[in-house]
Design a protein around this ligand. Structure first.
Ligand SMILES: [Zn+2]
Length: 188
């Protein structure tokens, strides 16, 4: 009889980093169909002063994954007003649904609305594919960073004349704009 402690449960997802790809086939082999990954890593695309620390629980529920994540990190941001760098503590405490759908199913009419909302975010993967945990966590942390970055709420900014187009929309690049928009929708 096999030693249960040698089940895939206790093993890291990949050899390189626990924040690797989680194959759905592997997740389904686990009796509970869920896996908790401890996070203590620097993410390649996110500059943080401290490693991102936390845990991600991935639960296979047949037609979708439920992903529960708690994570925190200190990021260095640039103030929109005074352009000074400052440290910001990002905290993530979220439960997300990732649909398990084959790509060809995405043409169905009922996907249209979700397509519009999701843009670049991982919101679905193939039932036979794998979840890229690093990318997923990166996206979630980006959502947790405030779209308007202020070193302090009372920051007076640089002592020069006001920008003429001081509209309510801060200047952010396209990728951030999509994330900011989504965050706005979620919090409203
Ligand atoms: Zn400032």
């Amino acid at each position: 009889m096999k030693d249960p402690s040698k089940s895939p449960l206790g093993k890291p997802v990949t050899d390189e980093s626990p924040l690797g790809h989680v194959p759905m086939s592997q997740l389904l082999q686990i009796p509970e169909k869920q896996l908790t990954v401890e996070v203590k890593d620097y993410l390649p695309d996110l500059e943080t002063l401290t490693p991102v620390q936390g845990a991600i629980k991935i639960h296979h529920k047949g037609t979708f994954l439920e992903v529960v994540a708690q994570a925190k990190a200190i990021v260095t941001l640039v103030c929109d007003r005074c352009l000074a760098q400052y440290n910001h503590r990002v905290e993530l405490d979220t439960t997300e649904i990732i649909w398990l759908e084959e790509p060809e199913d995405l043409n169905k009419a009922d996907w249209t609305e979700r397509e519009l909302e999701s843009e670049d975010l991982i919101e679905r993967i193939s039932p036979t594919g794998s979840l890229d945990l690093t990318q997923w966590l990166y996206e979630q942390l980006c959502l947790a960073i405030p779209p308007q970055k202020l070193c302090d709420n009372s920051c007076d900014g640089i002592a020069v004349k006001e920008e003429p187009a001081a509209s309510s929309e801060p200047e952010i690049d396209h990728r951030w704009a999509a994330l900011a928009k989504l965050k706005q929708q979620m919090s409203s």
